[in-house]
Design a protein around this ligand. Structure first.
Ligand code: 5HY
Length: 243
């Protein structure tokens, strides 16, 4: 089975790390294609970045469909353009926030999200509401670490993430933790060993969900609003996206 893991920002070093994390959990026989668009924001840290990342992400979904991949993962914690991607895909498309929240709710009644900038917390809160996970999500904590600072060896990102995770356990009584950025995908096992609670990374969770759905012969339903887009000609620079 071939799964395309799309990092919707344009930072190739982050895509490499996301690909490694996906391969670390992928089953035997699963090939991971880790990609990012050439055009768009180098990191996604708000509503505007998210909106501007979507066309590039959708272009990668199109490419993957033409290449015949079995499913897609949107590896950004805002799950940008998830429903639009499902319209143009035959196989499953899973967002890492949706995957991580659902997996966490299966193993702990209360989970907290630990994310990057404070300004992105509202995006996670809206997604928890939208996915029916708000009743399980006891807190959304920000580390105030910029996305591209996460893998900067000079930053104390690891220590700040651990501190917020510990606070979520001690103050919010979280029983599991969801890492709120694809750039944290290399951390769950070490954090879980250190903190003694399950720590879920969305990249791994989403890969396993795509594998499960494809393994059951399930793809995106084309019976309703996720049917392929109505054919029409877009104008201007977006002409190449005409469905
Ligand atoms: C992510 N941004 O997973 C989100 C995290 C965030 O570029 N990849 C990004 O801060 O919302």
């Amino acid at each position: 089975m071939r799964i395309q893991v799309i990092n919707p920002n344009t930072s190739a070093h982050m895509t490499d790390a996301i690909g490694d994390a996906a391969r670390a959990v992928a089953g035997p026989g699963t090939e991971i294609l880790a990609v990012n668009p050439a055009d768009g924001p180098p990191s996604i840290e708000g509503h505007y970045d998210e909106a501007m990342a979507v066309p590039g992400m959708l272009a990668k979904v199109h490419d993957g469909e033409q290449a015949g991949v079995d499913g897609h993962v949107i590896a950004c914690f805002g799950d940008p353009g998830l429903m639009a991607a499902r319209e143009v895909a035959a196989g499953p498309v899973i967002g890492i926030a949706e995957a991580a929240m659902h997996m966490a709710s299966l193993i702990a009644p209360r989970f907290a999200v630990v994310t990057t900038l404070d300004r992105t917390r509202i995006i996670a809160a809206h997604l928890a509401e939208q996915y029916g996970m708000a009743r399980h999500c006891c807190a959304i904590r920000a580390t105030e670490i910029a996305v591209l600072e996460l893998d900067d060896p000079a930053s104390d990102a690891r220590a700040r993430i651990t501190a917020e995770c510990r606070a979520a356990i001690e103050q919010d009584r979280a029983e599991a933790l969801v890492l709120g950025c694809a750039g944290m995908a290399d951390l769950p096992r070490a954090l879980s060993d250190e903190l003694g609670v399950p720590v879920i990374d969305g990249v791994g969770a989403a890969v396993k969900l795509v594998e499960s759905l494809v393994g059951m012969g399930l793809g995106t339903s084309k019976a309703g609003d996720l049917a392929y887009p109505v054919a029409k000609t877009y104008t201007g620079d977006l002409g190449r996206f005409s469905p």
